[in-house]
Design a protein around this ligand. Structure first.
Ligand SMILES: [Zn+2]
Ligand SMILES: [Zn+2]
Length: 372
């Protein structure tokens, strides 16, 4: 039996704080997430055992009194680890922070302590749904096909062969829990966990359903009607409760993740819709009626005389209906003004005449030169 002080690499006269620090450093060093060497696990077990004794002043005193040899003979592993709460010790030495377990240390602890998870719940499923912008803007009802586990049609989801009796589980003798000794990184510990055979219920069916093999579920592709509210945004997930995988111990949910398909004419900007049109320069100058696209089809608008290039035309209430609201965003149409690239002789004359009228440049060469 190795001396616990040697295991932690501390002198016999160490303070409790020094022991704690030595343990912390070693636990970090041999943690299996960091240390992949073959003996890391047994090493960590040894360190834990040493700390279980030396980290507790009362046990440490007895250890000091008896010495390693006699202490080992007198005290069982169970004695050594009694009162040794891993979770508290971890928190105490700040390991839960160092291991990046975030807000959910449960995953790590259950792995360490060999605890069994409870009866398995049905899985939740994710379905990515492509929607046209028009559907997003107004809301839509969609039929989708979802492949999931549903309740077995033969046994109604119970897993029992129809007509068979419910009997006491002989694995746990009806207790629903089994006690077993588990070798963990912290040494052998007694673990009480849900019985695998009856999933903690203490009862089993005398005969399992022949159709589903006793699981209570069957895989099926089913049509699901989804009500998409107006104004949903990309990446948003709608939850359909209980529409995921079936399990006797709880159904999973179905999540519908929204993805809006690109639109050839429109872009979405929050609740607003953006579009652009290109008009001839004389329409921009003179103004007039025009039809611009909206999500609901063409709409007549009036182009003001003297409309400048790249100006936005506001069409109120033609955007996306607000999520969980009744009002709508707007459509903003950017007006591009197109200049003719080629002019006929007559058109050219007209434009020249316009210039003359504007700045009287005909007889004045200085006015033919533009300085900006
Ligand atoms: Zn069945
Ligand atoms: Zn059982």
């Amino acid at each position: 039996m190795r001396d616990y002080y040697d295991v932690l690499g501390v002198p016999k006269a160490s303070t409790q704080d020094q022991i704690k620090k030595a343990y912390r450093d070693l636990a970090l060093k041999y943690h299996p997430d960091r240390n992949k060497s073959a003996d890391a696990e047994s090493k960590l077990k040894e360190i834990n055992e040493a700390y279980a004794v030396l980290g507790n002043p009362e046990k440490r005193q007895r250890y000091d009194t008896y010495g390693p040899e006699q202490f080992g003979q007198r005290y069982s592993e169970e004695d050594i680890f009694r009162g040794f709460n891993f979770q508290d010790i971890f928190r105490d030495i700040g390991l839960n922070v160092d291991f990046g377990m975030g807000s959910d240390p449960g995953g790590m602890f259950s792995r360490f302590f060999g605890q069994q998870p409870g009866p398995e719940q049905g899985r939740s499923l994710l379905y990515r749904l492509d929607l046209r912008l028009e559907e997003v803007a107004e809301g839509a009802k969609k039929d989708i096909s979802v492949k999931h586990v549903r309740a077995c049609g033969s046994c109604g989801g119970s897993g029992a062969e129809p007509g068979s009796k419910v009997i006491k589980c002989n694995e746990c003798r009806g207790a629903g829990r089994v006690r077993r000794t588990s070798n963990t990184l912290f040494g052998q510990v007694q673990v009480v966990s849900a019985c695998d055979r009856c999933s903690g219920t203490g009862k089993v069916h005398e005969k399992s359903c022949r159709h589903c093999g006793g699981t209570g579920g069957e895989v099926a592709t089913e049509k699901v009607n989804v009500d998409i509210p107006a104004g949903v945004s990309d990446g948003m997930r709608l939850r359909l409760e209980g529409m995921g995988d079936y399990s006797r111990y709880g159904k999973g949910d179905l999540y519908i993740e929204i993805n809006t398909l690109p639109h050839t004419t429109f872009k979405r900007d929050g609740d607003n819709i953006l579009a652009s049109v290109t008009i001839p320069f004389y329409l921009a100058i003179l103004g007039g009626e025009a039809e611009v696209p909206t999500l609901k089809g063409g709409k007549k608008v009036f182009i003001e005389p003297g409309t400048q290039p790249n100006v936005g035309l506001l069409i109120k209430g033609h955007g996306v209906r607000r999520f969980r609201g009744s009002s709508y965003g707007d459509e903003i149409v950017t007006i591009n003004v197109e200049m003719p690239k080629v002019l006929s002789a007559e058109e050219r004359d007209l434009i020249e005449r316009f210039r003359t009228l504007r700045d009287g440049s005909e007889g004045d060469p200085k006015k033919r030169f533009w300085k900006f």
